[in-house]
Ligand binder design. Structure first.
Ligand code: C2O
Ligand code: CU
Length: 477
């Protein structure tokens, strides 16, 4: 996809008038009574006999509970006790992406917990402090483990002032499969040194096409997850009007949807007004050269009475509000590493046999291709902890300046925090809340947040970038 600078929804900013902080004008959420306990069993195991995009696949999947993206719904205030049992042939852990939880529950081996070895188990226990559209995934050897399917969805309900007439979840992921249904290598040096290695089979909820009937004239909510480790999508609508109502699960002032960019791991919630009975509308990815349908909806039944189209706002998020004026600024530069692998990947064409030979001659662990502030994560493992990228103070306000010095976009993720995107130098964006943000080539993005205690990972969510150097951690103590 060409993509370039996407045309985002036009936000009317009067010159000199500062846009309100994301979500700050939404109605406050009512006080939640203490919720219930959800005991969840998650058995990670190798499973075969699955079908993807309608075709039987012989290659073994690695799944939780033998399901593609098992989905859990809880209410704000509910507690989760999730027992991970590892029946895989290698160690694993679960990261609860986007959830502001105690550091010890964050699921990063060697940093927040020991890796869960084959045959062992680990119990995660936390009460999500925010409503929203979240997911969880393995945080060990992710290129392979997530490539094989180890992810699931977690929805925390309780943000709706008025219920929607229907809700759909769309979990997008590509798979690296040969035409014979065998796994292709998840990691390629060519891909890892560039935009990442793309899958060969595109799916939504494991299907080649997602089709559903929706009530004519209704107001529906669609939660969209980009679970792909590589692909960017520009979510848009054809044949209906809609609004972006939440970004990475966090309520924002609704924005009329033109397109909304999702890098790896990002989510968006839409409110869509279903058109008249008999019509068909689609959620499309406009980043692809040819727009690709994430979903095709058919409006059925009696038309609901006509009424003005007003965005359904959600309740204000619970995320602590950072004061950018009072914040300490910290700069991060995302760049190619200066090592041998990086220079080979940058200087040879992907199919040059000499490049392959040179790369293969490098011993494992020296394949670092990417860096943050010139530091590279030392090996594919977490055992040799590098020094933290920054040391912060809990409770303090920070503005991170993220600068991308590479020719590729990077979806940058901070664990354990929800930040506000304040400004972006090469995209027209409103202020919004996120846990992952796409930094375009040569772009400078500012994010603000209140630091929470713990050791938190900070990395690109293109998993081949993460595992080849573009990863670090923050010590907040
Ligand atoms: Cu969703 Cu460290 O990742
Ligand atoms: Cu990246």
């Amino acid at each position: 996809g060409v993509g370039g600078a996407a045309a985002f929804a036009t936000i009317s900013h009067l010159p000199g008038v500062r846009a309100a902080a994301a979500g700050s004008t939404l109605p406050p959420a009512p006080v939640v009574p203490a919720g219930v306990l959800h005991e969840i069993d998650l058995v990670a195991a190798v499973q075969s006999g699955k079908s993807i995009a309608g075709a039987a696949v012989d290659a073994p999947f690695w799944l939780y509970n033998d399901e593609l993206f098992p989905t859990f719904r809880v209410k704000l205030g509910d507690k989760i006790r999730a027992k991970l049992q590892n029946k895989l042939p290698e160690h694993t852990s679960i990261h609860w992406h986007g959830i502001r939880l105690p550091n010890a529950m964050d699921g990063v081996q060697y940093i927040t917990q020991p890796p869960v070895e084959p045959g062992e188990s680990f119990t995660y226990e936390f009460t999500p402090p925010d409503t929203g559209t979240f997911f969880f995934h393995s945080h060990c050897n992710g290129v392979s483990q997530i490539g094989h399917g180890l992810a699931g969805l977690l929805i925390v309900e309780g943000d709706e002032l008025e219920p929607f007439d229907a809700e759909h979840t769309l979990a997008m992921k590509d798979w690296r499969l040969s035409p014979e249904g065998e796994w292709l290598p998840f990691f390629t040096t060519e891909g890892a040194g560039r935009a990442g290695t793309f899958g060969t089979v595109r799916t939504v909820n494991g299907s080649a096409a997602y089709n559903a009937d929706v009530p004519a004239g209704a107001d529906i909510r669609v939660r969209i997850f980009n679970l792909d480790p590589t692909r960017m999508v520009d979510v848009g609508l054809d044949g209906a009007d809609g609004f972006v109502i939440a970004t990475d699960g966090n309520a924002i002032e609704p924005i009329p949807l033109h397109t909304w960019r999702l890098g790896a791991a990002m989510r968006v919630d839409l409110h869509i007004r279903v058109p008249k009975s008999g019509s068909v509308f689609r959620v499309l990815d406009y980043f692809s050269a040819t727009p690709w349908p994430l979903a095709t909806f058919s409006a059925t039944g009696e038309d609901l009475p006509e009424r003005p189209l007003v965005a359904h706002s959600l309740y204000a998020p619970h995320v602590p509000r950072a004061e950018p004026e009072a914040a300490e600024h910290v700069k991060f530069q995302f760049s190619a590493a200066s090592g041998a692998a990086a220079s080979i990947a940058q200087n040879f064409s992907p199919d040059d046999p000499l490049a392959k030979e040179l790369l293969d001659s490098l011993c494992v662990g020296s394949r670092g291709m990417w860096a943050i502030n010139k530091q590279q994560w030392p090996t594919g493992d977490h055992r040799n902890l590098p020094p933290p990228l920054a040391e912060l103070t809990p409770g303090r306000n920070y503005v991170f300046e993220l600068m991308n010095a590479t020719p590729h976009p990077h979806p940058i993720h901070l664990h354990g925090h929800t930040f506000e995107v304040l400004s972006a130098s090469r995209q027209k964006l409103p202020r919004f809340l996120a846990d992952t943000v796409v930094v375009q080539p040569k772009e400078r993005i500012e994010i603000a947040f209140v630091a929470a205690e713990g050791n938190w990972m900070f990395h690109c969510h293109i998993l081949e970038h993460q595992e080849n150097g573009m990863m670090g951690w923050l010590r907040i103590a």
